[in-house]
Design a protein around this ligand. Structure first.
Ligand code: SF4
Ligand code: SF4
Length: 137
C-alpha cells in the first residue's frame, strides 16, 4: 500500500475565490487531510492559508491541480528566510507582499524582519531588486 506523505504549502486566494470551501472540498473529494496552521480569510478580500496536506502523493498532486484550476495560487514553503543586510537598500518592495507583516520599514525607513511572524511563503524574494533575500529549503 502506498504510504502517506505530508506537504506544507502556502495558498493565496484572490477575493473571487476566497468564499470557496477549500478545505472541506479537498477532504471530501480529493481524499487528503488538511491541517490549517495559519490563515487570514475575510469575505470579499484576498486571503491566505498555510496548510499541511497529507495523503498519497497522487492525491496531493490531484488536490493541488484542483486548487490551481479554482484560481488558488500555491507556493511551496521554505525552511528559512535570511535577509542579507549588506545587500538591502531599504526600498520597501518586499514589505508590500509580506501578508503577516514580518517585513516592515521602521520610522527611519530601515527594513526590519521579525522571523517569528514569517510564514515562509517565499513571496518576498521575487520583489527584491538587490537579491538581498535568501530562501533556504
Ligand atoms: S517568506 Fe517573506 S513574504 Fe512570506 S511571510 Fe516570510 S518574510 Fe513575509
Ligand atoms: S526588497 Fe530587498 S532591498 Fe528592498 S527592502 Fe526588501 S530586502 Fe531590502
Amino acid at each position: 500500500m502506498e504510504r502517506n506523505i505530508k506537504e506544507r504549502v502556502f495558498l493565496l486566494f484572490s477575493k473571487k475565490v476566497v468564499n470557496y470551501p477549500v478545505t472541506a472540498t479537498l477532504i471530501k473529494r480529493k481524499n487528503v487531510m488538511v491541517n490549517i496552521l495559519k490563515a487570514e480569510i475575510m469575505p470579499n478580500e484576498d486571503g491566505y492559508m498555510l496548510v499541511d496536506v497529507e495523503g498519497r502523493k497522487k492525491d496531493i498532486e490531484d488536490a493541488k491541480l484542483f486548487l490551481k484550476q479554482k484560481g488558488v495560487s500555491i507556493f511551496h514553503v521554505s525552511e528559512k528566510v535570511i535577509i542579507h543586510e549588506e545587500e538591502c537598500v531599504h526600498c520597501g518592495s518586499c514589505t508590500g507582499v509580506c501578508i503577516p507583516g514580518a517585513l516592515y520599514l521602521d520610522k527611519n525607513h530601515r527594513l526590519k524582519f521579525e522571523p517569528q511572524k514569517c510564514i515562509l511563503c517565499t513571496l518576498c524574494r521575487e520583489t527584491c531588486p538587490t537579491n538581498a533575500i535568501e530562501i533556504i529549503g
